[in-house]
Ligand binder design. Structure first.
Ligand code: SAM
Length: 185
């Protein structure tokens, strides 16, 4: 059975092509950035920590990939950097092996998610990995679940993938797909 992060990758890989612009909203150590860069034309990747950019830059260099725009800025500003997006991923929470007090925040996460939903092309997909064991994590989890539950079913399909019998705070996945024949007009 796929773990939630594996499911997130598969969900996005199914629709990505070498023609597409995609977003990594939370670059971190660059695992998702690399995954996307191998499959898309261009990745626009965000993080607010210099350490994340350094790790990701190194990872991409080792893989010989140069199709990523690495941005040291919050994902809530993504509308200044992207227009049409085919796919996006959020990995919420803190950067492993770094300052655990720097975490994604409900307000900025929702702003970014809303902007990404607006810029998503029909048939495009967003994966949101939710980690909620840290302080404030449950508030962010609930804010994201509330936001995606309210999306119009005419415009989006919102799905959840989570284990039901694991101890502690197992991360889970929210998947969004913009309806293919959705027409803004
Ligand atoms: C769980 S980590 C991401 C892990 C990453 N996807 C990977 O593959 O290693 C969450 C990241 O979100 C970043 N972050 C926090 N607030 C942010 C914001 N407003 N915009 C962009 N990134 C943010 C943190 O600095 C941290 O690196």
């Amino acid at each position: 059975m796929l773990r939630p992060l594996e499911m997130a990758h598969q969900f996005l890989a199914e629709i990505m092509t070498k023609e597409d612009v995609v977003v990594d909203a939370t670059m971190g150590n660059g695992h998702d950035t690399l995954f996307l860069a191998e499959r898309a034309k261009k990745v626009v990747a965000f993080d607010i920590q210099e350490q994340a950019l350094e790790q990701t830059r190194e990872r991409l260099e080792k893989a010989g990939l140069s199709n990523v725009e690495l941005l040291l800025t919050g994902h809530e500003r993504l509308d200044a950097y992207v227009e049409e997006v085919k796919a996006g991923i959020f990995n919420l929470g803190y950067l492993p092996n770094a300052d655990k007090s720097v975490v994604t925040q409900p307000q900025t996460t929702l702003l970014a998610l809303e902007k990404l939903c607006q810029r998503l092309v029909p048939g495009g997909r967003i994966a949101v990995m939710i980690y909620y064991g840290h302080t404030g994590g449950a508030v962010e989890r609930d804010a994201v679940l509330d936001f995606v539950s309210r999306l119009s079913q005419r415009e989006f399909t919102a799905t959840i993938y989570r284990t039901l019998n694991q101890m502690n705070h197992p991360p889970f996945l929210v998947m969004l797909e913009k309806i293919k024949d959705y027409n803004h007009g």
